[in-house]
Ligand binder design. Structure first.
Ligand SMILES: Cc1cc2nc3c(=O)[nH]c(=O)nc-3n(C[C@H](O)[C@H](O)[C@H](O)COP(=O)(O)OP(=O)(O)OC[C@H]3O[C@@H](n4cnc5c(N)ncnc54)[C@H](O)[C@@H]3O)c2cc1C
Length: 425
């Protein structure tokens, strides 16, 4: 008799942790992902700013799950989930399941602004990060040859929409690249027109953090040359740049959108979705009316004392482990248990030597926070080889102020591969 089959959609933080925790389960596990790699998204900005190589933050799923005798991997795009038939439809055929874990994550949200989607770049995928790296470096190559002053200033203006952790970390990394390293590569280029502008709707950066940490991050960013435009939004974007809601036009060749994400549209096939396209699931992570289906990670809206848990890697990882425990319990004829989140805190770097860390009532900012940030991120990186290479790269960058991966590659000069966007449905 064949064993029950567990299908896991997505090999991100949530899906992979579920697959790992099912290693000993008496079931056949199939992990489906559109990519053949697991991506460590928190360090995408370091690929975009030339510090890390893609292979240091992306790892083949097959190699991560090698040795799991009950697990298989399929690279395929999941197109639909048919709950009644218990089938996942992919571009490579149908997959039947007895238990399903949906962990397809999130994607860039332009809130319906087609113009912004067309004239900006996000930072959600490896393709985005490589395209951004190429775009940023190419502006300096072009500016070095440009005799039209206005055009040159436009090339050297970088607008980041959104001052959440991604926008702040990227801004910190870009000013470091522009102030310490690129001037050595372009000794004849005048760097005084270079601008890194962060536009944020809230009246402070890192609004999910305590106001004191936001203030510290803002001070450091400003001191390092980042222009903060707070309490304002990007209203329009075109080939010349952006216009803010107060009418200010900023000519910029590079516009980076980190102002929002929304859950994968696969969620809409499962139930009514709430804020950010997330699927509301109960405390056991199961879909109402379909106990065999669990939704986890960025896709799931799980409430803890009345508040939705944030879209963070530790949430997804812990939910993946809980989903696996639930499946093991159900396989043995038992019931799923409620998920309880152990808050591991949140943190963001603001560039060299400075990070802000918030863990409950404990708040740390500055060098100690930065060391904590380095340690935690290193721990989460998936393979020993990558940990070692990343550590060497960080040390190299710290001591020599060098970012080794400054390549403008042919493939990445093209537009980033777009994940299906909210506009595309
Ligand atoms: C730039 C950036 C920085 C971040 N920094 C931090 C941080 O510092 N700390 C932190 O805790 N969190 C951070 N996050 C958030 C964190 O990465 C997410 O919360 C986490 O990845 C969610 O895990 P997940 O398993 O739900 O989704 P993901 O990890 O996004 O995985 C989803 C997987 O599903 C696959 N997939 C999606 N749709 C389909 C489909 N239709 N068919 C097949 N496969 C599909 C994708 O390829 C992907 O592998 C960051 C996110 C970004 C984008």
């Amino acid at each position: 008799m064949s064993r029950p089959r567990v299908v896991i959609v997505g090999a991100g933080f949530g899906g992979l942790s579920a697959a790992r925790a099912l290693r000993q389960a008496d079931a056949d596990v199939l992990v489906v992902d559109r990519h053949n790699y697991h991506l460590f998204q928190p360090l995408l900005y370091q690929v975009a700013s030339g510090l890390l190589d893609p292979s240091e933050i992306a790892h083949p799923i097959r190699s991560i799950l090698r040795g799991h005798r009950n697990t298989d991997v399929r690279m395929a795009e999941v197109e639909a989930i048919e709950l009644e038939r218990r089938v996942v439809r992919t571009d490579a055929g149908e997959l039947a399941y007895d238990y399903l874990v949906v962990a397809a994550g999130a994607m860039t949200n332009h809130f319906g602004h087609q113009d912004v989607a067309a004239h900006s770049i996000g930072l959600k995928s490896l393709d985005d990060a490589l395209a951004l790296r190429a775009m940023v470096l190419a502006q300096f190559e072009r500016a070095a040859e440009c005799s039209d002053e206005r055009e040159q200033h436009r090339m050297l203006t970088f607008v980041i929409a959104g001052a959440g952790p991604t926008g702040v970390e990227l801004a910190g990394a870009l000013v470091e690249l522009f102030s310490h390293l690129l001037p050595k590569d372009f000794p004849r280029l005048d760097f005084s027109p270079v601008r890194v502008i962060v536009v944020e709707a809230a009246n402070r950066v890192l609004s999910a953090f305590h106001p004191a940490l936001s203030a510290r991050a803002a001070t450091v960013l400003r001191r390092r040359g980042v222009e903060l435009m707070l309490g304002r939004t990007v209203d329009h974007a075109d080939e010349r740049g952006v216009t803010l809601d107060d009418g200010l036009a900023i000519e910029a060749a590079t516009v980076i959108w980190t102002a929002g994400v929304r859950a994968s549209t696969l969620g809409e096939q499962l139930s009514h979705v709430g804020r950010g396209g997330r699927v509301a699931v109960g405390p056991t992570l199961q879909l109402a009316g379909h106990e065999e289906v669990q939704v986890i990670g960025d896709m799931a809206e799980v409430r803890d004392r009345g508040t939705a848990l944030p879209m963070l890697a530790p949430v997804a990882i812990q939910q993946g482990q809980q989903a696996a425990r639930n499946i093991v319990a159900m396989l043995a004829g038992g019931r799923a248990a409620a998920f309880g989140y152990r808050d591991k805190g949140t943190m963001a770097t603001v560039g060299r030597n400075v990070a802000v860390v918030q863990l409950g009532r404990i708040r740390v900012a500055g060098f100690v926070g930065w060391l904590m940030w380095l340690f935690v991120h290193l721990t989460y990186i998936i393979t020993f080889r990558s940990k070692a290479v990343v550590l060497i790269n960080w040390g190299w960058n710290y001591l020599l102020e060098d970012r080794p991966v400054r390549l403008i590659t042919g493939a990445s000069r093209e537009q980033p591969t777009r994940e299906p966007t909210e506009a595309a449905g």
